[in-house]
Design a protein around this ligand. Structure first.
Ligand code: URP
Ligand code: ZN
Ligand code: ZN
Length: 468
């Protein structure tokens, strides 16, 4: 139950705009006041001195219970949102994935059924567009009315998800006229298929060939193309899971021209490299995702992009498959390895290392993991903000606490951790979701079904003047 009044006292409140020592008063599900010496009458007081008090994380890229052929990602909406909360995240935005021939609305309703009653924190949904048919614009418009304001399109996976150029153009034109945001998986699917076929013909089957057949140049090429197409029709564009210098340069160029292009990267592209995929004994399959992990210098470029604003958001692409029984389907053929890594629980711990190492200011950290994604996906200022009126989604964070990222200490329902053996500084003390305590001193104290579906407004996108 939510306490009527909670006073989180004396922490360093961090927002995108600054850091200051203040109390945060919660009344019911909302933040009532932020300031010094707030009246604690009838409030349950929590002493946050020595801690940071931040808006809960907003992870706008997860795949809970996602079907893939006859299997599903190992975290469902309940285990996945519990893991998210343990990691300081209080909102996830997942993807409803219709298959070709299925209505977008039907997929949306299916994902709602899976999530409603299961989630322990608030959630929302993007919808994937796997084809553009006569009815697609109308279906997207109806979804917009239900609070789905972002749609993912694929330039990869020709057999299942990839849009043709005319389809991509139609989706972008529709987005430009409706104010919705197109999220794009930018990899050149046809060129990749050719490389994959050549590799298989040559007898290459181990996980590293997944990396070798999806080179950075083909991510950069796809990014350049879709950015040009979006520019032509005046659509805003959000590039998901950007991994490499090649695509980063395309986003930087577009931003410099004043184009509304935004981009996300994920912690695994900052902390892991293709060397992990090269690990023997099929261990490398644990690290197979698309786009793939890259050579280390790309990660360094991404850190630069986070600091200089080329990258706008850090999300996880949490797409957990067990090593035993799921990833190992591809033991004789890398094409059969389910793509994706777990990450919803470890995002804040990992990115905090960027603050510790002086790469990011704490304000920028909050912007990347909470405020910017909330804004871009139509959830701000209700989410991603510590201010009167905002939902009391609050993270109390100990900057010096040690957190282990091993499978045995994490809560996500998957049988491995990509960060096995790693210990980091920075840890969760408390997490509130709309004023309800969800995580307290390392224990889950929340409630299944507490989370609600969040209908979203159209994105609030930062304007950018052309520098040219
Ligand atoms: O490997 C990945 N990223 N799997 C999840 C699906 C996607 O493309 O985001
Ligand atoms: Zn993708
Ligand atoms: Zn994804």
């Amino acid at each position: 139950m939510a306490s009527e009044r909670i006073l989180i006292r004396g922490g360093q409140v961090v927002t995108e705009n600054g850091v200051s020592v203040a109390d945060v008063l919660v009344e019911g599900e909302r933040i009532a006041a932020v300031g010094q010496g707030l009246d604690a009458t009838s409030a349950a007081v929590f002493d946050a001195s020595g801690c940071l008090v931040m808006p809960g994380g907003v992870d706008v890229h997860t795949h809970m219970g996602m079907p893939l052929g006859d299997i599903r990602t190992s975290d469902d909406f309940e285990t996945g949102t519990i893991a998210a909360a343990f990691g300081g995240t209080t909102t996830v935005v997942d993807f409803a994935n219709p298959v070709r021939g299925q209505s977008l609305l039907e997929a949306f309703e299916t994902w709602r059924r899976w999530a409603d009653g299961s989630v322990v924190i608030d959630y929302s949904l993007h919808v994937t567009v796997p084809e553009v048919r006569a009815s697609t614009g109308d279906e997207m418009a109806r979804l917009l009315d239900r609070g789905v304001t972002s749609f993912k399109v694929f330039m990869a996976y020709p057999d299942t998800l990839m849009l043709s150029d005319p389809e991509l153009g139609a989706a972008l034109r529709w987005a430009a006229s409706s104010g919705a945001l197109i999220m794009v998986h930018a990899e050149d699917g046809l060129a990749i298929s050719q490389l994959v076929n050549e590799a298989i013909r040559a007898g290459h089957t181990d996980p590293m060939w997944h990396v070798r057949t999806r080179p950075p140049a083909l991510e950069g090429k796809a990014a350049a193309k879709v950015i040009a197409m979006a520019g032509e029709v005046g659509a805003s564009l959000y590039v998901v899971h950007l991994t490499c210098r090649d695509a980063l340069l395309e986003v930087a160029r577009a931003k410099a021209m004043g184009q509304a292009v935004f981009a996300e990267t994920c912690p695994h592209y900052l902390f892991l490299t293709e060397e992990h995929v090269a690990r023997g004994g099929f261990e490398g399959a644990k690290y197979v995702c698309s786009p793939p992990l890259r050579e280390a210098s790309h990660g360094q470029a991404l850190w630069g992009g986070l600091a200089d604003g080329t990258l706008d958001v850090v999300a996880t692409d949490h797409c957990a498959f067990n090593f035993v029984g799921q990833k190992d389907r591809g033991i004789e053929d890398f094409r059969r390895i389910p793509n994706g890594l777990p990450g919803v629980e470890t995002r804040l711990f990992l990115l905090w290392q960027g603050v510790r190492e002086g790469r990011l200011a704490p304000e920028r950290f909050v912007g990347l993991v909470s405020t910017a994604p909330a804004r871009m996906f139509g959830l701000w200022p209700r989410k991603g903000e510590i201010a009167p009126g905002a939902d009391a989604d609050i993270l109390v964070w100990d900057p010096d606490k040690e957190t282990a990222l091993s499978c045995s200490s994490l809560h996500t329902a998957v049988d491995y951790s990509p960060y096995e053996g790693m210990k980091v500084k920075g840890g969760v003390v408390r997490v509130y979701s709309r004023g309800h305590l969800v995580i307290d001193a390392g224990r889950f104290v929340g409630t299944r079904g507490h989370g609600r579906f969040l209908p979203r407004t159209r994105p609030v996108l930062p304007g950018r003047a052309s520098v040219l």
